[in-house]
Design a protein around this ligand. Structure first.
Ligand SMILES: Cc1cc2nc3c(=O)[nH]c(=O)nc-3n(C[C@H](O)[C@H](O)[C@H](O)COP(=O)(O)O)c2cc1C
Length: 301
């Protein structure tokens, strides 16, 4: 998730039992033109666990030139983003716009598979809009190109993040290809994850927004799949401890100035649902250092 799944977030997700984590989407064009900031997204700690690097782009030649970066920086898999509906991405023909042109979609994947040197996956949505639901067609193209796995987010690009994800389209994709399909969209609890598996027959699930400030969902889901008891309902002290740990990790990787600013949104997410925290939330938005952040959070105990 852009702006979220940086090195610190991924490390935490892996610590809580995620089987595979994804980088934020990375611009193939940015890499191609040697943009220094773009390269920073490849900050992968191989020892932390398996990371899939996600590229976005629509030009097969640029994908060909940049696909090798994923392996070079330690990713175990390269994912092509064909699901991002953000206007600044689709206006260039990238992300979900690829779904509108199955031929280019196939060329991009073909190019990625031939040049990545590691397995290539793709993330798609149900289709562009409700009149153009083509996930099954795209999944078959992806399979033909040699893609190793497909993630399907059961919304259209036009849906953005609104409404309810359609799990039925995920099931249709599962039934039309033989490569593993990952189900995504609206998994809020471990029970939802179980339902996703049972309803769609998908091989694995991808957790999204529900993990924000809530890595416990990952552990819960793993235990649910293992058929074990799971009651991870962190109390305020545990949430604060985890929020501070997350903050320290971001600072470790990005320095205190940038890190404390980026950590604010994560801390807000960790505190969601804790009663009487509105004053503290305001203070968190102003925290300038780790010491300040800690001081504000301690007031909740
Ligand atoms: C802030 C934000 C950033 C996202 N960035 C990406 C991204 O970079 N690549 C991607 O494939 N999906 C991205 N997504 C989509 C999520 O991975 C996921 O498909 C979507 O949120 C649906 O799953 P959920 O209902 O479990 O959140 C993003 C979503 C959000 C909310």
């Amino acid at each position: 998730m852009a702006g979220v799944t940086d090195k610190a977030f991924r490390e935490i997700a892996l610590q809580f039992g995620a089987g595979l984590v994804f980088t934020e989407m990375i611009s193939a064009k940015g890499l191609y033109y040697g943009d220094k900031k773009t390269k920073l997204y490849f900050d992968i700690d191989v020892a932390a666990g398996p990371v899939c690097a996600q590229l976005f782009g629509h030009e097969p030649n640029i994908i060909a030139q940049t696909a090798g970066c994923a392996a070079k920086y330690g990713a175990v898999c390269l994912d092509i983003n064909s699901g991002c509906p953000t206007p600044k991405i689709i206006k260039n023909g990238d992300g979900a716009a690829l779904m509108k042109d199955p031929e280019v979609f196939g060329q991009v994947l073909d190019s990625a598979v031939k040049n990545a040197g590691i397995p290539v996956s793709v993330k798609i949505r149900a289709g562009w809009d409700k009149y153009n639901i083509n996930a099954v067609q795209l999944a078959k193209i992806a399979q033909q190109c040699g893609v190793c796995m497909i993630t399907v987010h059961g919304r259209t690009a036009v849906d953005y993040y609104r409404g309810k994800a359609d799990w039925d389209i995920i099931k249709k994709v599962v039934n039309s290809v033989h490569i593993p399909v990952i189900g995504n969209g609206d998994i809020l609890t471990a029970q939802d994850a179980d339902k996703m598996l049972n309803i769609t027959g998908c091989a694995a699930v991808m957790l999204g927004r529900a993990t924000l400030g809530n890595p416990w969902l990952i552990k819960d889901t793993v235990l649910q799949f293992e058929g074990k008891e799971h009651i991870f309902q962190p109390n305020t002290a545990e949430r604060i401890k985890q929020a501070l740990y997350h903050t320290r990790l971001i600072i470790k990787y990005k320095g205190e100035y940038k890190g404390i600013r980026e950590s604010r949104k994560h801390v807000h997410w960790y505190l969601k649902g804790i009663k009487g925290n509105s004053n503290i939330n305001n203070l968190i938005s102003t925290a300038q250092s780790y010491a300040e952040m800690e001081q504000y959070l301690m007031q909740l105990l």
